[in-house]
Design a binder for this molecule. Structure first.
Ligand SMILES: *Cc1c(COP(=O)(O)O)cnc(C)c1O
Length: 336
């Protein structure tokens, strides 16, 4: 069976975890601090501009909370996982759902500009950067759960908006042991607020704070994975190029500043092709299905259209060229 996704973990992650276990200090500590600073450095931020958290969702929540988004209007795409809606609900803000740009997995920036939202959560879906650099009237939280390492102009995604969030869930571009997240911002004042809300224990003022901490066990895995990330991204790029060379109709961007989180093809009747491929021991997914859309299908035509015409093929560092060739052949047969 060729899995749709597979995690890349090895001896180095095991050794890193062992070291933390042997130290007897397993909660948030030195490893988390090192992970944060190495992550800042990877993005091109000064030290202490990243805050490690328990998940991408908690990083979204902490962004909205620190920006005082309660009762404000938050623009967000309809074509995305429910994490965004959950974070917006937790902070008691109002969601404003927007459709995709035509034939794109990303939110329509034209609609966003015309909206009267106070804030916007903008994911760079499938690793394709949404060109948000000219949005000036709305504070943007960049959701980089799928775009770690991608760039816009000469900056990494996560640094263009007011804040950026990342996820280290098991199926993302890298993991911190199954779950994990990161908040980043150029605005040190905002970073300090998020950090303050995270340090809940032993505080004398009566402010409410939250336990969304990452553990040193998780951070030790995250640090190893971050060192491996450039090689992960390179291998994904190679696989994407093999798919592209074979003539598959892949969703991609014109410039090469993407990362290849998903290899998504445009086809008719993806559910049928998915079943056929499964019979050939190849697992694929429809990246977002129509019932997963956060709004009513009738009101979001572009997003709905994508749910009916897309299939996500396996792409991950451990996938071999032989497997890629087999997938290409089988897809060719299945779409006949
Ligand atoms: C995975 C994901 C999230 C949520 O991250 P968790 O760590 O699972 O909470 C948010 N946004 C996007 C676009 C994602 O892909």
């Amino acid at each position: 069976m060729i899995e749709h996704n597979k995690i890349t973990l090895g001896k180095q992650e095991q050794q890193a975890v062992s070291k933390v276990l042997d130290s007897g200090y397993i909660a948030q500590g030195k490893e988390v601090e090192k992970f944060e600073n190495e992550f800042s450095d990877f993005l091109g931020l000064p030290e202490q501009h990243a805050v490690a958290l328990s998940s991408g969702t908690s990083a979204l929540f902490m962004s909205l909370w620190s920006l005082k988004a309660k009762h404000k209007s938050i623009a967000m795409p309809v074509y995305v996982c429910s994490s965004l809606r959950n974070a917006v609900a937790m902070v008691q803000a109002n969601e404003l759902l927007l459709d995709n740009a035509i034939d794109s997995p990303n939110i329509s920036l034209n609609q966003l500009k015309k909206s009267n939202a106070d804030f916007a959560i903008i994911p760079h879906m499938f690793g394709l950067p949404n060109q948000i650099q000219n949005i000036n009237n709305i504070d943007i939280i960049e959701d980089c759960a799928q775009s770690l390492g991608a760039s816009i102009g000469n900056e990494k995604t996560g640094l263009i908006g007011k804040a950026g969030i990342f996820s280290f869930y098991a199926t993302k571009l890298m993991t911190s042991g199954g779950q994990g997240g990161m908040f980043v911002s150029k605005d040190k004042n905002l970073v300090d607020k998020v950090r303050d809300y995270r340090e809940f224990d032993y505080r004398r003022d009566k402010k409410e704070r939250f336990n969304f901490q990452m553990t040193d066990i998780q951070a030790s895995i995250g640090r190893v994975q971050l060192r491996k990330l450039p090689s992960f991204l390179e291998r994904r790029k190679e696989i994407f190029a093999l798919y592209k060379e074979s003539g598959l109709d892949l969703i991609s961007s014109e410039n090469n500043s993407s990362v290849y989180y998903r290899a998504v093809i445009r086809i008719n009747d993806p559910a049928r092709v998915k079943d056929k491929l499964l019979k050939q021991s190849i697992k694929t997914i429809i990246p977002i299905e129509d019932w997963e859309l956060l709004g009513d299908v009738d009101n979001f035509k572009n997003a709905y259209n994508l749910t009916q015409t897309t299939l996500s093929l396996p792409i991950y560092p451990l996938l071999t060229n032989k497997e890629v060739k087999s997938i290409i052949n089988q897809v060719g047969e299945a779409i006949q």
